[in-house]
Design a binder for this molecule. Sequence first.
Ligand SMILES: O=C(O)CCC(=O)C(=O)O
Ligand SMILES: [Fe+2]
Length: 303
Amino acid sequence: MIGDISFVIEGFSVSSNASSLSHKASIQDVSRRVSLFTYKQYHNAPAHSNLNQTQPFSLILPGANTVTAARQGTVIEPVTNRPPSYQIIDSGMILMKNCISLRDQVEIVNTCHKLGVGPGGFMQPGYQSGSKLKLHRMCFGRNWDPETKYREPYNVDGSTPPPVPQEFISLVQSLIQDAQARLNSPDEIPSMNPDVCLVNFYTSTGQLGLHQDRSESSYSIKRGLPVVSISIGDSAEFLYGHTRDEDKLNTVVLESGDVFIFGGKSRLVFHGVKTIFPNSAPRALLQESMLRPGRLSLNFRQF
Ligand SMILES: O=C(O)CCC(=O)C(=O)O
Ligand SMILES: [Fe+2]
């Protein structure tokens, strides 16, 4: 997870796209089943949780019908006409553009909405000083807090984070295999079992300061087990670089359906989100999912 956070002065963004996934047809059914199951099982917060209850945060617009056209069998236009494409950025770092289908993006929004609207769902993480991150966040697998990192098992409301949904695990493992097939050597990005995930939602003013993800176990970090980041909704200007030196940071735009992976020698790359581009989400995604304006990112790792 995130290590020390400093505010970004310069902005950059990363975009990635990968190809159609073989599990694509099954993710809908699995996600519907698993998300309903996990919602019931894990969103019963302990009795003391109301002491720290936070305001529910809905990923989808108020009044939206979550039974989408996708689920009713309506034909959905692709997000773009572009095929998936791959950019090897550095050893262990790849941008996979346009690799999550619209249908999968809608299902991901629906699952995150269901898991994120109740106890243990989206909240604005902050510090004891009162300052807050410029995003809403929900954790899967283990709670992660800006100050305690993974040490505190419970969410701020006392609930336990749900496990990473099985269909997300399958998706991430497919993406890693897809990435490995494109690299100069598949070993550049090791395989992993994604058991933790930070789900971030940024409004148009959202940002995430430059940081390294280094709160995972030394086993995970030493082996360079990758961070797999999926972008949905509005595009983002993403910064990355091997030092904190602003002049040496690179920038890439992450668009809806892109995946950015960094592992191996790039596992500890500095990165952050400088800017969200308002109204840049694919219209078909908004129509089908009713995602509120902003950007959703899912950031998977193995603890
Ligand atoms: O939202 C993103 O694209 C990056 C998120 C991230 O770096 C993190 O949660 O550690
Ligand atoms: Fe990060």
